[in-house]
Design a protein around this ligand. Structure first.
Ligand code: RRO
Length: 305
């Protein structure tokens, strides 16, 4: 039996499968998920300095090749989130990643200082939300200088918690963004956030299917883009990668590792298949490793011929 334990930024994860940000929202649901077999770690819903009501319903809708969402960063604000994370951490045994998002560069130091008080195991800097362009402008990770500055602002105040920069795929050259955040001191990169935004229309009513009309695309349709982005990043930087985008089964997860990921994020698949998906994917990976004669996760990393 292969060992699923995976080391990332000096932290041991019981399995390489991490709940992606934005799938689970309530403390009760985080605790329920964290106790499920096979979950390697959990990522909190992105947290902003101030509470946000989010976008009008519906905020998520499925389509034939995945999902489209425009939650609009609904969250209770950093003060309340710190209380919730502290409480959840008392009850779980796996690493917790806190995701933070700023509307202006100047918010990062305060946001990072506050969130560090909850002592998350890692901090994921969400530089890539596709759904608030009307409020923030383009995501920071569409620009190498802004991406680097965001990382520096956080690293300036957070010294003992690894910082992961989460990148958007909606750029011409993700390699230059990856290099910029690595040079700025990021401890790891997560990629990719959702793609787009896209638009789904109900032809009968001629209404957009989302309350916000447009939203980020996720699920199986984005897997090829996610694999290519992770591969590009892995060839460019030395820091480890949390790879995600359309991972639905064990084969997808192994492909993500072959592209260069150390940890693999599971997002939309949880909507489709429930909390049991983590155990299923781990089992599928282990079965496939026997069939494909794969000795370890490390042995297939960045192994595309
Ligand atoms: O809340 C959202 O609408 C959202 C966020 Br913060 C994000 O990073 N990615 C996404 O698809 N939706």
């Amino acid at each position: 039996m292969h060992n699923l334990k995976t080391c990332f930024c000096g932290i041991t994860f019981p399995t390489p499968l991490i709940l992606a940000s934005g799938i689970v929202h309530t403390p009760a649901a985080f605790m329920a998920l964290a106790s499920q077999k096979g979950v390697g770690g959990i990522t909190w819903k992105s947290i902003s300095l101030k509470p946000r009501a989010g976008h009008p319903l519906p905020v998520v809708t499925p389509y034939s090749a995945g999902f489209i969402n425009s939650v609009g960063l609904k969250n209770p604000g950093v003060k309340q989130a710190v209380k919730e994370i502290r409480e959840v951490k008392k009850h779980i045994k796996i690493p917790l990643l806190a995701s933070i998002v700023a509307f202006q560069m100047s918010e990062f130091p305060q946001l990072a200082t506050e969130i560090a008080k909850a002592a998350p195991d890692l901090i994921e800097l969400n530089l890539s939300c596709p759904n608030v362009d009307d409020e923030i402008g383009r995501p920071f990770s569409t620009d190498p200088l802004l991406s680097a500055l965001a990382v520096q602002e956080v690293k300036r105040v957070v010294k003992h918690i690894p910082v992961i920069a989460k990148l958007t795929p909606n750029v011409v050259d993700i390699k230059e963004i990856a290099k910029a955040v690595e040079n700025a001191g990021a401890d790891a990169i997560s990629a990719i956030n959702t793609v787009g935004p896209g638009l789904l229309i109900d032809a009968k009513t001629r209404k957009a299917k989302l309350g916000n009309k447009i939203g980020g695309i996720s699920g199986p349709s984005i897997k090829p883009l996610a694999l290519r982005c992770v591969w590009d990043i892995a060839k460019t930087v030395k820091i480890p990668i949390l790879g995600m985008g359309g991972v639905n089964n064990g084969e997808d997860a192994l492909e993500m590792m072959m592209a260069g990921a150390t940890l693999v994020g599971i997002g939309s698949a949880v909507f489709g298949k429930g909390f049991g998906i983590f155990d299923q994917i781990n089992q599928q990976m282990l079965d496939l490793m026997k069939i494909y004669e794969i000795a370890s996760f490390a042995s297939i990393k960045l192994s595309i011929k």
